[in-house]
Design a binder for this molecule. Structure first.
Ligand SMILES: NC(=O)C1=CN([C@@H]2O[C@H](COP(=O)(O)OP(=O)(O)OC[C@H]3O[C@@H](n4cnc5c(N)ncnc54)[C@H](O)[C@@H]3O)[C@@H](O)[C@H]2O)C=CC1
Ligand SMILES: O=C(CO)COP(=O)(O)O
Length: 317
């Protein structure tokens, strides 16, 4: 099966590097900036040479000739990207590789693909995976979700690599919610550590954040097993505990009262606002998400967010 990765950020490049280990792969870059010549993505993934078998192009129509297309652009850019290239992409198998909820619609990546490309088959690849780890050949395991079970099994075979072990599920909703929400919780955990609240506080925030992930997933009729898997619990533990995570680092900066580079891709910021709005509209109790939305919108500081969380009415676990 021919494969192209659309989007040459850190993650798209890392996936292309891993996939090129078992066959030819095309990487579409909006602005290749000499990547084809230097054989390195110096802007997003420095120090990771592009292997033979990885073909870089700025021509989307060329890349879209592949049977399977991995869409690795940030969540808030996904709809525009799909719309801009709908003629080339509709009818294809599109695997979303982004994590988040769209701000204006409350939809996840699979739902956005289905809305913009009604004839495409939509799937999502998500789970604990730092781009730099994947590109260096370090091993991890991911969730591959697609509602069509036959396509899911085929994709599982073709996207599994020497260092990426894929588990499959038909629960696309659970997979995309886990990947989206863990970033929100990671911002909260970073804020707790950044503000000096300690590792016990982080563990409490992670656990109650996971409860919020499960609550939102239940509202959307996702399978709780998916949330307990790689795309939910797995990615939550990684992202809430590592300074490799940009979401966690944004939280650290908020907790320390330090500035943060606004050009960095931090999916949890918009997702917190999107999910907070969803919670309000649907009467869902998601206090950590609300606190993160307040933090990223500068309506709240970490001390008042923590106080608000600690003084909520007492309840059963
Ligand atoms: N970096 C990582 O370790 C991981 C990232 N992801 C997910 O992958 C997605 C992308 O993240 P990264 O690659 O890390 O981001 P990045 O910041 O490294 O790169 C983003 C890329 O998207 C491109 N882009 C932005 N707007 C675009 C548009 N309208 N059309 C086409 N291309 C556009 C940029 O040119 C850039 O190459 C995010 O949803 C992230 O959560 C998932 C797992 C790991
Ligand atoms: O999703 C990721 C790891 O699985 C990457 O996390 P960040 O986007 O926070 O860097």
């Amino acid at each position: 099966m021919s494969i192209a990765v659309l989007g040459a950020g850190a993650f798209g490049t890392a996936l292309a590097i891993s996939l090129a280990g078992k066959g030819a792969v095309t990487l579409w870059a909006r602005d290749a900036q000499g990547m084809g010549q230097s054989r390195e993505n110096t802007a997003r993934l420095p120090g990771c040479p592009l292997p033979e078998g990885l073909f870089v192009t700025e021509d989307l129509a060329e890349a879209a000739k592949a049977q399977t297309l991995l869409a690795a652009v940030p969540m808030q850019k996904l709809r525009g990207f799909l719309r801009d290239h709908a003629a080339a992409l509709d009818g294809k198998t599109i695997v979303a590789c982004c994590k988040g909820i769209e701000l204006n619609t409350g939809l996840g990546p699979v739902a956005v693909i289905r809305e913009v490309l009604p004839h495409a088959t939509a799937a999502i690849l998500t789970g604990p995976s730092f781009a730099a780890d994947i590109a260096r050949g370090l091993p991890t395991a991911l969730t591959l979700a697609c509602a069509d079970k036959t396509t899911c099994a085929t994709l599982q075979q073709s996207l599994t690599t020497a260092n990426l072990r894929l588990y499959r599920t038909a629960d696309t909703v659970g997979a995309e919610l886990g990947g989206a929400l863990k970033n929100v919780v990671a911002i909260a955990c970073g804020a707790a550590i950044g503000a000096g609240l300690g590792e016990s506080a982080r563990a409490a925030v992670m656990t109650r954040g996971f409860a919020e992930m499960q609550r939102l997933a239940a509202h959307h009729h996702a399978d709780p097993v998916t949330l307990a898997g790689l795309s939910g619990f797995g990615d939550l533990t990684l992202t809430c505990t590592s300074t490799q995570s940009r979401n966690y680092r944004l939280g650290l900066a908020l907790g320390r009262g330090e500035p943060f580079d606004s050009a960095t891709t931090v999916e949890g910021a918009a997702t917190a606002r999107a999910v907070d709005a969803l919670a309000h509209d649907n009467g869902l109790d998601l206090p950590i998400t609300a606190a993160v939305a307040g933090l990223v919108e500068n309506r709240l500081d970490v001390a008042s967010a923590m106080k608000a969380l600690l003084t909520r009415p007492l309840k059963e676990e």
